[in-house]
Design a protein around this ligand. Structure first.
Ligand SMILES: Cc1ncc(COP(=O)(O)O)c(C=O)c1O
Length: 394
């Protein structure tokens, strides 16, 4: 294994500490070591300012959009301010969009899939790179056409255009903003332009992108999760044009979404409340607002430099270890600091277990909720895929 280059080769490092960074965890040799989370693509710990804002808000916690008391008024105001901040963060100021606060990206995409009123023969174009959250909601309701990736796990705008043009006109293009497996960031702006040129609306799954890069301003629909943005308090977001949510019944039916109910009648209220039945997660919204304020304060430029630095060190470091094989893009400029690797001949579960038990390093192993992508990145043959399939069924 060759040594890593010295750290001073890096630029202006961003020193951000997260709640729990100093926590010790037990290792198999009986020592306690500082836990090192290398699992932030799955979930990030809270920023201290997020935890502080939640703590500060807790005494004022009350029902949102329901109570007449002072605390309810204040909680409602904080919730609505969070909605405005989320909308501005997503570049939606001045657009007639609706910002819906939900649980996470998965719920947001299921919500949209329901709201688009897809018919079984409608086609959604999506890609083999997607997280299951951007595959399964479409699989349940519509036909799919997929953009394939090459061996390095990427595709180009032309590949997307070919899939858009390759059969019945699609109702939607649903595409990731960044891969949770390789950190690859597809050229979203060009892809969106190609879809719009054909009159096709676009959903960008911003789960990985939202904490790292500005969300694509021209996407028609956006989905992202607070728990991947240093605000792990259970709030996620769906944003889309008001027209999508103005008519018809919402994804969730219940209190808060209505103007009038009789036993055989319902008059739905206007969005966004129409789309947020049940008591809203005001703590999650306040936390996400705080995270957005902090990301904005730090600024995309500093975050980008820090990400590039980490991505270089992460991939460079892994590549230098004998026997470690990186999956997918290795030197794609602008990729997020996310990497997946295999150690030939060693089970992924064992690698992850040893990193945890011996070194207090938390990683994720397996297929990262992106089975189709992993099969391609691993370059498995059809018989190998069939064996894997049979093993899972057994
Ligand atoms: C690219 C991508 N999309 C969607 C999701 C689903 O996010 P959530 O679990 O917050 O619903 C994830 C989670 O890892 C992801 O990485």
């Amino acid at each position: 294994m060759s040594p890593l280059p010295p750290r001073e080769a890096t630029v202006d490092r961003l020193e951000v500490h997260l709640v729990g960074d100093d926590v010790l965890v037990p290792c198999v040799d009986g020592t306690q070591r500082p836990y090192l989370s290398l699992d932030a693509a799955a979930s990030t710990s809270a920023l201290p300012v997020v935890a502080a804002r939640v703590q500060e808000f807790l005494p004022w916690y009350s029902s949102v959009h329901r109570g007449a008391g002072w605390k309810s008024q204040r909680a409602t105001a904080d919730y609505e301010q969070a909605r405005q901040a989320i909308s501005a963060f997503a570049g939606r100021d001045g657009r007639d969009d609706v910002t819906i606060i939900c649980r996470n990206t998965t719920e947001a995409i299921n919500h949209l899939a329901y709201r688009l009123r897809l018919r079984p023969d409608d086609v959604v174009v999506t890609t083999v790179v997607e997280h299951h959250a951007n595959l399964l909601p479409w699989a349940r309701l519509s036909q799919r056409r997929y953009v394939e990736c090459s061996a390095d796990g990427t595709f180009g705008v032309d590949d997307v255009a070919a899939a858009l043009d390759g059969g019945p006109r699609p109702a939607l293009l649903a595409i990731t903003g960044a891969s949770n497996v390789t950190g690859w960031v597809p050229p979203a702006d060009e892809i969106i332009a190609a879809a719009h040129h054909r009159g096709i609306p676009v959903l960008v799954d911003g789960a990985q992108l939202a904490a790292h890069r500005p969300l694509p301003a021209d996407a028609d629909y956006l989905a992202f999760s607070g728990h991947k943005m240093y605000a792990p308090f259970g709030a996620g977001v769906l944003i889309g044009p008001r027209a999508t949510f103005s008519d018809g019944d919402p994804f969730l039916a219940g209190g808060g979404a209505v103007d009038l109910v009789d036993l055989d009648e319902v008059v739905w209220t206007d969005p966004p409340e129409r789309e947020e039945a049940g008591s809203p997660n005001v703590l999650g919204a306040v936390a996400l607002h705080a995270a957005i304020d902090e990301l904005t304060r730090i600024g995309w430029a500093a975050i980008g430099v820090h990400d590039d630095d980490m991505a270089r060190r992460l991939r460079g470091g892994l590549e230098r270890i004998d026997g470690v094989r990186l999956l997918g893009v290795s030197a794609q400029p602008g990729s997020l600091p996310v990497a997946s690797f295999v150690i030939d001949g060693v089970s992924h579960a064992l690698v992850a277990a040893r990193l945890s038990a011996e070194h207090a390093i938390g990683v994720r192993h397996g297929c990262f909720c992106a089975h189709p992508y992993l099969l391609r990145l691993l370059g498995l043959t059809s018989p190998e895929v069939a064996d894997y399939h049979a093993a899972v069924l057994r």
